[in-house]
Design a protein around this ligand. Structure first.
Ligand SMILES: Cc1cc2nc3c(=O)[nH]c(=O)nc-3n(C[C@H](O)[C@H](O)[C@H](O)COP(=O)(O)OP(=O)(O)OC[C@H]3O[C@@H](n4cnc5c(N)ncnc54)[C@H](O)[C@@H]3O)c2cc1C
Length: 471
């Protein structure tokens, strides 16, 4: 019996992971389609001056499911490095090690901040906060107290999602903030102390060839098993039927592919606009009201071997427009290219706003000014400034977003043999290992005769709802 054919939209971790597992388990033919010229989606990367760089700071977190981690270890071999985290976060004008460390906190944490947290802890014992009408702000303030929220999470939220924290849904706090209470923060900090150390605490995995190496290795393995991965291929239309027909454009040529199943990892809002017959008007309206935050990545090539010893700097303060700065060379402890290093500034924005449209010169200056404003001046010559733009960096969850997403999700779920999943397809602020877990789950639900077990997928969906993002 011929195997079913699955057309997979998107060659990020979710799409490639599924293609690879479908072929390994001999369940289906897999064709992966992506508009970009390389695999990896937001978890991809590119080479700049001989150094692999990522789309912003990316690490593989030890929270990765052991089965997936084991598969990645087999694919990457010795190239998957186990590295200590060594970052810094700025708090009231001071730098603290990130992840937080007890001794560093005791020595460098501003005393006014410590006093604020202590007062919040006392206040918390005596206050009763109503649980109804929750928002990102109220959930976090109840769990962490005013000081941590006002100095850290709230200004960060404004930059990342472009919205005041009071207007964001409580779901954003539950899904996005791993340490949502003082107890959890305390356990995280103590989990770094030798003797009390939680497995993986303070460490991360990183491929020697840059984060994009993960998806390139999965693509190579999938192709070895017979998957067909087509890049520079934009999906323009999905004509629903049996079989489904996907219209693609590649190098100006239009082609139609047929498949028994379509697994979409493109933004669910895009899927709603691709479908033919068109999605009902209320679904199109729900797609219009469902928003993703964009990001501009600004890479400065510096004429110096190393800018700092840190892998990443985190900037919660609102007067610093960047959210994070990474130095890719430090992620894999590389010494090449000799005499040069690269910085990558992350600047959240909206597609087509002033930041999105700014030129490289303006954006390079913005990074240099931001660094100078927090005592990290760029003293070396800037040899080049290069930028990249991610239109779908983060899902935004304003209060009440659930009804729009639920309507989209319900519509996508009603399409026979169409699956919307991955970070963009489930509108989830997830890590790479979560996107891979979704891919593995989808493959598990498909039987070799081409039937998709919807009940099992629904159980997986419940599990995905428990994912909490690691930073
Ligand atoms: C700044 C930043 C930092 C991050 N840091 C980490 C980290 O440290 N650790 C971690 O684990 N995760 C991190 N993540 C998350 C990680 O990048 C994602 O979890 C992962 O990329 C999700 O994979 P995906 O396949 O679901 O989606 P994506 O990677 O978004 O892939 C979707 C693909 O669909 C393609 N596509 C869209 N529309 C079309 C179309 N019409 N036709 C064809 N192709 C289309 C896109 O080109 C893209 O390649 C970070 C994300 C960001 C933005």
């Amino acid at each position: 019996m011929p195997q079913p054919r699955v057309l997979i939209l998107g060659a990020g971790p979710a799409g490639l992971g599924a293609a690879w597992r479908l072929r390994v388990e001999q369940k289906a033919d897999a064709i992966v389609l992506d508009q970009r010229d390389d695999v990896g989606g937001n978890a991809g990367g590119f080479e700049l001056e001989g150094l692999p760089v990522d789309y912003g700071s990316h690490r593989l977190h030890p929270a990765c499911h052991p089965r997936i981690l084991n598969d990645l270890r087999n694919l990457l071999g010795d190239d998957l490095l186990d590295r200590p985290r060594h970052g810094r976060i700025r708090l009231r004008g001071r730098w603290l090690h990130f992840p937080l460390k007890p001794l560093d906190l005791a020595l460098h944490c501003p005393k006014s901040f410590v006093a604020g947290v202590a007062l919040d802890t006392v206040r918390k014992r005596f206050s009763v906060t109503p649980a109804n009408g929750d928002s990102f702000a109220s959930v976090l303030e109840r769990g962490l107290g005013r000081t941590i929220c006002r100095d850290f999470y709230f200004p960060y939220a404004v930059k990342i999602w472009g919205r005041p924290p009071e207007t964001l849904s409580a779901t954003q706090a539950r899904r996005r903030v791993a340490a949502g209470s003082l107890g959890k923060i305390f356990r995280k900090i103590m989990g770094i102390v030798p003797g009390l150390k939680a497995p993986g605490a303070g460490r991360f995995y990183y491929p020697r060839g840059g984060y994009g190496q993960i998806c390139r290795a999965i693509r190579d393995a999938a192709e070895r098993e017979g998957a067909d991965v087509r890049l520079n291929t934009t999906v323009r239309r999905l004509t629903l039927g049996s079989p489904h027909r996907v219209e693609i454009v590649r190098e100006g040529r239009v082609e139609t592919l047929e498949g028994d199943h379509v697994w979409s990892t493109v933004p669910i809002t895009v899927l709603a606009r691709l479908a033919d017959p068109p999605a009902p008007p209320d679904v199109i309206e729900a797609a219009r009201r469902t928003e993703y935050r964009a990001m501009v990545l600004i890479y400065l090539v510096l004429d110096q071997p190393q800018f700092s010893e840190y892998d990443a700097h985190y900037f919660p303060e609102t007067h610093i427009p960047l959210t994070r700065l990474s130095e890719p060379k430090n992620y894999a402890a590389r010494s090449d290219p000799p005499g040069k290093t690269i910085l990558c500034g992350e600047l959240p924005c909206q597609v087509d706003d002033d930041i999105w449209r700014a030129d490289d010169e303006q954006l390079g200056r913005l990074v240099r000014d931001a660094l100078a404003a927090c005592d990290l001046p760029v003293r070396a010559r800037v040899l080049r400034t290069v930028t990249r733009r991610l239109p779908y960096a983060y899902p935004i969850y304003p209060t009440g977003y659930e009804c729009c997403f639920d309507r989209l999700d319900e519509w996508a779920g009603s399409l026979p043999n169409v699956l919307s999943y991955g970070r963009q397809g489930l509108f989830a602020h997830d890590n790479t290992h979560h996107a891979l877990a979704m891919a593995y789950g989808a493959v598990d639900c498909l039987s070799a005769d081409g039937r998709f077990d919807a009940a099992k997928w629904s159980e997986y969906r419940d599990e995905f709802r428990t994912h909490v993002v690691e930073d």
